[in-house]
Design a protein around this ligand. Structure first.
Ligand SMILES: *Cc1c(COP(=O)(O)O)cnc(C)c1O
Length: 824
């Protein structure tokens, strides 16, 4: 059983100390803070949160249209006649109201709620505890890593009466936040996982950050932590708050759980420990350091709970990796695949379905391939009824159910559907024609091995891929937004295949993130985006005369940089009978690469003022040296000229004409010149000329070792016998060459690649499709991953090896290298 609690609007008014505008005669089941991801609009209470860059109040009209009728607001002027059927709850602070409501909701339950915090490992420890405990109890837990000021209240909203415990993670980025999380979560006890240096910037010291994190346990009874980090141990001894019953584990000191030894063997780790004067042992199916730490935290929890050693051993052996990311790949038959193999639970299904909606492209059907869901506590019938409602609400067009249990409940699903008893049966019956023009979310429990399905549907199994981290991209976008005034518009440059990272997927993401404009180099790039269903305004930086008709048809707005071009575009507009078409006027303020100069200004003005064919949407210019201090005087001169010239244009029109001159480096170094708009390029893709540490790496070029050869000293490797070996060597062959964008100048020791954490040199000449690397000093096997550039071997380092700039490296990764997108 799982009862979904509903709240009367009048009680919400009371709980949040709000003022009701409307009759209030209804109740709600769902909370929403994001207009893009609604479940059941009529039963949803929307909180109009105000962030630095976002104001939820701006979406009320859209939400009302979608059927939402209940809103918590703090700006009274939003209430209008058109919203006659809505209830508005007016409060002073909408985030605080969200907190009040979830505090209230939380306090209705008496079962244990466990809090998890720390710099790393929160999500894994939470998911693993869930895996380990789930056979015995019904557990509510935070979906994915919902641990912020907004994520925690949404997580707590999932608490329901029949559950027996909850595991909630808490993360902070600023002082003062944990107190609020603690008040909501009210954890009975918890786990402190790890102290690192993330989120350091808003705290004066690691100590301050640590003490703040520990506030999660101010009213708790017990705490589990690793005794070996002295900072944590000391802080816990000195903390105020209620006395804690501490359960510690340690590798080299007295502790409740003493770790005595760790032996790695064939992909597993055997950990020996001592607890309550007896020797115990578990085997994990992992060998990496982080997994071992996380697993020991879980072990400590199970021991503290008094669970039998045999049970612990059995369950820990079966721990499954937690998929921290969804992968997007190109599939056969013009399909897009979204892989979500390891998570199959109900709680995170809505998040995966939102991804399906984000990546849904025009005319593409939304398909879900779903395995049985293992979830104890509720009956299969209830479970699949809930799944059926969810997929209907999220607009899925077609369901393929795989497994005994989901097949038995076929009748609950009211959409195009097929069922198969097992993955084998599906693969046996599979024909490639089964899928065409679809976005397919592939989501199954681990033992269904859906990677086999994905491999079948995949365009080709590639060994060399460019991985694109969409979360990192959003992080970078938000960093640049934080440097701007909230009202400044952002154009994102997606020219040259989005600096090599792929056009449609990136554009979908940017559209979802509500950027104001996209910019492409040539019309064809814009047409590709429009055909894929991208609706955001698009400007074309290098329009060609022959493509004007196409541009008009596809609403692609040209950059106009000369009088001849202006005239010819006007002619095209007349020919098509189009008026008020938006265009962007380019000035040359010193770059000398296209654009109107000062001498042409008057003539330009004459031509465009009073012209009803054109709508001058913006005027802009480009900086020649915004990234280098030595050119700052020149940059300022360019900005001054721009201000003067663009002012003349602005005054000639009754409507607003936006101005923009800053590229990525400009946004970081000359924010005072942001005018009404900026153009973000390389920064989005993770490269900064000034504050590199603020950005996250987006793209990683990876391949695998195809073969390893032993070659004795004095042998040579590759064409021209250039790679002369001075010692007996182990040579690895990797399937990437200059045709893939692995520059030939990287050969003969000039370039290096990363293998199992070690940088190794390229030996001999780079070939067209293959290269050779020296593996003598690293432990490596055939099939191991090789990173050409990525998180640990930076793009900048490779640019240095080649004496070029990151732009060139990113844009020359050839189109035959598959792009694989993922979202954490
Ligand atoms: C490419 C481009 C940009 C973006 O430059 P970054 O250095 O990548 O930020 C901005 N404006 C124009 C006109 C461009 O061509």
């Amino acid at each position: 059983m799982k009862t979904c609690l509903s709240y009367d609007i009048t009680s919400v008014v009371e709980i949040t100390n709000g003022k009701l505008l409307g009759d209030g005669d209804t109740s709600v089941n769902y909370l929403s803070i994001d207009s893009r991801t609604l479940l059941d609009p009529a039963k949803t209470l929307f909180f109009a949160l105000i962030g630095e860059r976002h104001n939820g109040h701006s979406y009320i009209e859209e939400l009302y249209r979608k059927g939402v009728r209940n809103f918590v607001i703090s700006q009274e002027d939003i209430v209008r006649k058109e919203f006659s059927q809505a209830n508005f709850i007016l409060v002073y602070d909408t985030l605080e109201a969200l907190h009040q409501l979830s505090r209230w909701h939380r306090s209705r339950f008496n079962y244990p709620v466990i809090g998890i915090t720390g710099s790393n490992g929160k999500t894994i420890v939470k998911e693993w505890l869930f895996q380990l405990l789930q056979p015995d109890c019904q557990i509510v837990r935070s979906p994915k890593s919902y641990n912020s000021q907004v994520g925690v209240p949404l997580s707590l909203w999932n608490l329901y009466p029949e559950a027996s415990m909850a595991i909630i993670e808490a993360g902070i980025s600023q002082p003062g936040e944990m107190k609020k999380l603690e008040a909501m979560i009210q954890p009975q006890g918890g786990i402190f996982t790890h102290l690192g240096d993330a989120h350091q910037e808003n705290f004066e010291s690691t100590e301050e950050k640590l003490n703040e994190k520990l506030e999660l346990f101010d009213h708790s009874d017990w705490l589990i932590y690793c005794r070996d980090d002295e900072r944590i141990h000391k802080a816990i001894l000195q903390r105020k708050g209620s006395p804690l019953d501490c359960f510690t584990w340690s590798r080299n000191q007295e502790a409740q759980l003493r770790i005595r030894g760790e032996i790695k063997r064939g992909g597993t780790t055997c950990i020996r420990g001592e607890f309550s004067q007896r020797n115990i042992e578990v085997v994990l199916p992992f060998t990496d350091k982080a997994s071992i730490e996380n697993a020991i935290h879980c072990w400590a929890y199970l021991l503290r709970e008094g669970i039998e050693d045999a049970t612990i051993r059995k369950r820990m052996k079966k721990l499954q990796p937690v998929a921290m990311r969804l992968e997007i790949k190109e599939g056969l038959g013009n399909c897009t695949l979204i892989n979500d193999f390891y998570n199959s639970d109900l709680g995170s299904l809505p998040i995966a379905l939102d991804m399906l909606n984000q990546q849904q492209q025009k005319k593409k059907k939304k398909t879900l391939i779903l395995s049985d869901i293992f979830q104890s506590g509720i009956s299969a019938k209830e479970l699949y009824a809930e799944v059926a409602t969810l997929i209907e609400q999220k607009g899925v067009d077609r369901l393929i159910g795989i497994g005994e249990s989901i097949s038995e409940h076929a009748g609950l699903f009211d959409l195009e559907r097929n069922f198969y008893r097992s993955t084998d049966q599906f693969l046996h019956d599979f024909s490639r024609n089964l899928f065409r023009d679809e976005v397919i979310l592939i989501r199954g429990a681990r033992n269904f091995h859906f990677e086999r399905i994905s491999n079948m549907l995949q365009y080709k199994a590639h060994r060399t891929v460019l991985e694109v981290n969409l979360n990192a991209m959003v992080h970078n976008l938000n960093y640049f937004r934080s440097l701007l005034k909230p009202e400044t518009r952002v154009v994102v440059m997606v020219k040259a295949f989005s600096y090599g990272s792929g056009s449609v997927e990136v554009a979908n993401l940017l559209q979802f993130q509500r950027v104001d404009y996209l910019a492409v180099a040539i019309a064809d790039e814009g047409v590709e985006l429009r055909n894929a269903g991208i609706d955001v305004p698009i400007m074309v930086m290098n329009p060609e005369y022959h493509s004007f008709d196409t541009m008009i048809e596809y609403r692609l707005e040209p950059e106009i940089y000369s009088l001849a071009m202006l005239e010819s575009f006007e002619t095209a507009l007349k020919r098509n009978g189009v008026k008020d078409f938006p265009v962007h006027i380019k000035f040359d303020t010193g770059m000398h690469r296209m654009g109107f100069g000062q001498a042409e200004l008057d003539q330009l003005l004459q031509k465009i003022s009073g012209n009803d064919q054109l709508h001058i949407r913006s005027v802009f210019s480009h900086l020649a040296g915004a990234d280098e201090e030595q050119h700052d005087d020149f940059t300022r001169l360019q900005i001054e000229r721009f201000k003067e010239w663009s002012g003349k244009i602005q005054t000639a029109f009754p409507y607003p004409v936006w101005r923009h001159i800053l590229n990525s480096a400009g946004i970081e170094r000359f924010p005072e010149a942001q005018f009404e708009m900026v153009r973000l390029g390389i920064g989005l893709y993770g490269v900064s000329s000034t504050y590199q540490d603020k950005l996250r790496n987006v793209s990683s070029l990876k391949t695998t070792i195809s073969q390893i050869q032993e070659v004795s000293a004095n042998g040579t490797v590759g064409y021209g016998r250039r790679g002369l070996l001075l010692r007996d060597s182990r040579i690895g062959i990797i399937p990437i060459g200059y045709a893939d964008g692995f520059n030939r100048h990287l050969g003969n020791g000039r370039g290096s690649v990363l293998v199992n954490g070690v940088l190794v040199p390229v030996v001999g000449n780079v070939c067209m499709d293959m290269s050779m690397i020296d593996l003598t000093d690293v432990e490596a096997r055939e099939g191991d991953t090789v990173t050409i550039f990525g998180d640990e071997k930076s793009l900048l380092a490779m640019a240095r090896e080649l004496d070029t700039i990151p732009y060139e490296i990113l844009t020359t990764v050839s189109r035959r290298v598959k792009r694989v997108y993922f979202q954490e």
